[in-house]
Design a protein around this ligand. Structure first.
Ligand code: SF4
Length: 284
């Protein structure tokens, strides 16, 4: 029999670690300078965010990274780390629910079977709404085309970088500004590549919930999610337009992306007419 391969997965968080995370969250959440819910409708680009000091999500991430000795390490362990974080967040959310239920005297076991069945039915409903949405299809078509173009651009960008370096050595033109503009444009379009689709799916799913269950009196999560998707579309349009000016050889392909994004923007505004007016905590 072949020897069993060792799993590269780190061990699941222990009960003590989950308790420690829950304590940390309780402690951090008591800070009155935090902006409630600021992380709900942001673009998750913490590196460029002016509100890190007032964001519970950012501070919790930093605290858990410190606990794991990972602070300062670039990018973590990629996809695996992402799923580990999801699993950890889920365990933490469960622990918080258990604590709150204990405080309120709620018996979670008696309601468990019903909740599980309802959750499955709800997840099926939301998945169908997300997958059937025209916005999701348009956003997916955009990111696929954009990703293909970005892959094609890679060799040309290396040539451009070399040319800019030569210009800098010769003291000709404004190579530093061009390089910064190119770099920033690429950062922006790459950051929002999948984000737009993810937020539009959330907007569509939230709208299904609102239609089914009625509003809860709070500003609509559907509109908030559509708003941040619109912000990401606007910024992507601006960034592609700047990239187009620097990459004349790809002007037509970039124009195609701009047209896709502009159509998507209009479609989102039609489907979520109140989204632009939605006020995101801390940002608008
Ligand atoms: S609000 Fe700012 S700091 Fe907090 S998660 Fe969003 S981008 Fe990051």
């Amino acid at each position: 029999m072949p020897p069993k391969r060792k799993s590269s997965r780190p061990p699941a968080p222990s009960e003590a670690e989950i308790d420690r995370d829950a304590d940390t969250l309780d402690h951090l959440a008591a800070d009155p300078t935090l902006i409630s819910g600021v992380y709900n409708y942001c673009d998750r680009w913490c590196e460029r965010c002016a509100l890190t000091a007032r964001c519970l999500s950012f501070r919790m991430d930093r605290a858990t990274a410190r606990h794991r000795g990972a602070e300062g390490k670039e990018g973590g362990a990629g996809v695996q780390s992402f799923w580990d974080d999801i699993a950890r967040s889920f365990a933490l959310a469960q622990r918080l629910v258990e604590r709150e239920a204990r405080k309120q005297g709620i018996d979670l076991d008696s309601a468990g079977a019903l909740i599980a069945a309802e959750r499955e039915e709800r997840e099926r409903r939301l998945l169908a709404a997300r997958q059937g949405s025209a916005l999701h299809h348009a956003a997916t078509a955009y990111w696929k085309s954009a990703r293909t173009l970005l892959e094609h651009l890679r060799p040309e960008l290396s040539d451009t970088a070399a040319a800019l370096q030569t210009q800098a050595q010769l003291g000709a033109g404004h190579p530093a500004e061009v390089a910064a503009d190119l770099g920033d444009g690429l950062d922006v379009v790459q950051w929002y590549l999948f984000f737009i689709d993810a937020k539009l799916q959330r907007a569509v799913a939230s709208r299904v919930e609102i239609v089914r269950d009625g509003g809860d009196g709070f500003p609509s999560d559907a509109d908030g999610s559509a708003k941040i998707a619109l912000v990401a579309i606007d910024r992507s349009i601006g960034a592609w337009a700047r990239l187009r000016a620097h990459l004349p050889g790809h002007a037509d392909a970039i124009l195609d992306l701009l047209v896709r994004l502009e159509r998507l923007r209009r479609a989102v505004e039609r489907e979520f007419p109140a989204a632009r007016a939605f006020r995101r905590p801390g940002f608008d």
